[in-house]
Design a protein around this ligand. Sequence first.
Ligand code: CTP
Ligand code: MG
Length: 216
Amino acid sequence: MYSVIILAAGKGTRLNLGYNKVFYEIHQKSILEYSVEYFLKDSSFSEVIIVTTEKDQSHVKELLKGKDVKITLGGITRQESVYNGLKKVNNKFVMIHDGARPFIDKNDIEKLKLTVKENPCVLGKKLKDSIAKVSFGKLKNYVNRDNYMLLLTPQAFTTDKIMKAYELSLVNENSYSDDASLYMQELQEDVIILEGNENNIKLTTELDIKILEALL
Ligand code: CTP
Ligand code: MG
């Protein structure tokens, strides 16, 4: 059995809607509902934990009324929000998912479920554009994009080990924008990257709205 933590305690500053972007509706359904529904249908997820804010809590409850979810409060950073979510997990394995990623692919989830039995794992996607290391508006070193991947969610772990990694990150005062990097860095252990569906985009800017309108 698996637990999933769905993060929805952000502000959506870059999208600038005046409210949390996970409530943005596409085809009369909120991004958060899309992100949650897959896990509610898949019976191997016995626990769905939504991380929200005090301000948004009643809105989340209203949207997910009657659904078998646990709701808990997040923190200032994504990292704090994940840590709060982890404290509620009761299964051996946990997946961590951005509530702002509404497109979930069944194949991706099945790959994560299988892989996490042996190794922590994360979905990734190849880069289409070239990338560069940049400093003060100028290119620095050339980097070969074949050596890089973009990290998506869900990311899947053994609960006690990701918890341990999070506790270490607190002690060491290290900050991360994703869980697989935190795990790899704090525990010095390998994390497997699995190529995920490229439709798994994170609602971040207005362009993403147009793309998601076509995909969902
Ligand atoms: N998140 C969270 N708690 C935070 C910050 C972010 O639970 N303190 C969640 C967001 O709700 C989102 C996911 O983490 O589902 C990925 O973060 P991001 O895309 O950065 O969302 P926001 O932080 O809301 O957006 P922005 O950075 O533009 O403000
Ligand atoms: Mg953010």
